[in-house]
Design a protein around this ligand. Structure first.
Ligand code: SF4
Length: 99
């Protein structure tokens, strides 16, 4: 079962046993509000990857006016989003290849 998760910029192909969001043992849906990076259930489209890059740019703009450790943390988060987008771009397959 697929669940759109626009806040995490992905589609969740929910399989309870793989879920990093720690659903209840009998859950039939993910805990999307607790979606975690690196989950094997996450599927991204090229659009999601572009959204990740746009969000990273927004965070970097915020970081530019945020001094100290918080600014550093924001830049780290932006770089993680870019890395996720890069991973998508390097590993993406056309839908026909995975159908
Ligand atoms: S962590 Fe995210 S991708 Fe993984 S099952 Fe939960 S909601 Fe879906």
């Amino acid at each position: 079962m697929l669940f759109d998760n626009p806040d995490a910029m992905l589609i969740c192909a929910f399989k309870r046993d793989n879920a990093l969001c720690e659903p209840d043992p009998d859950a039939t849906a993910p805990r999307q509000y607790d979606c975690r990076p690196g989950c094997g259930n996450a599927v991204r489209t090229d659009t999601h990857a572009r959204q990740l890059l746009a969000r990273a740019d927004e965070i970097d703009q915020l970081a530019a006016s945020t001094p100290g450790p918080l600014g550093k943390r924001l830049r780290i988060n932006a770089n993680k989003l870019r890395a996720t987008a890069d991973t998508h771009d390097a590993t993406a397959q056309p839908a026909e290849a995975i159908a």
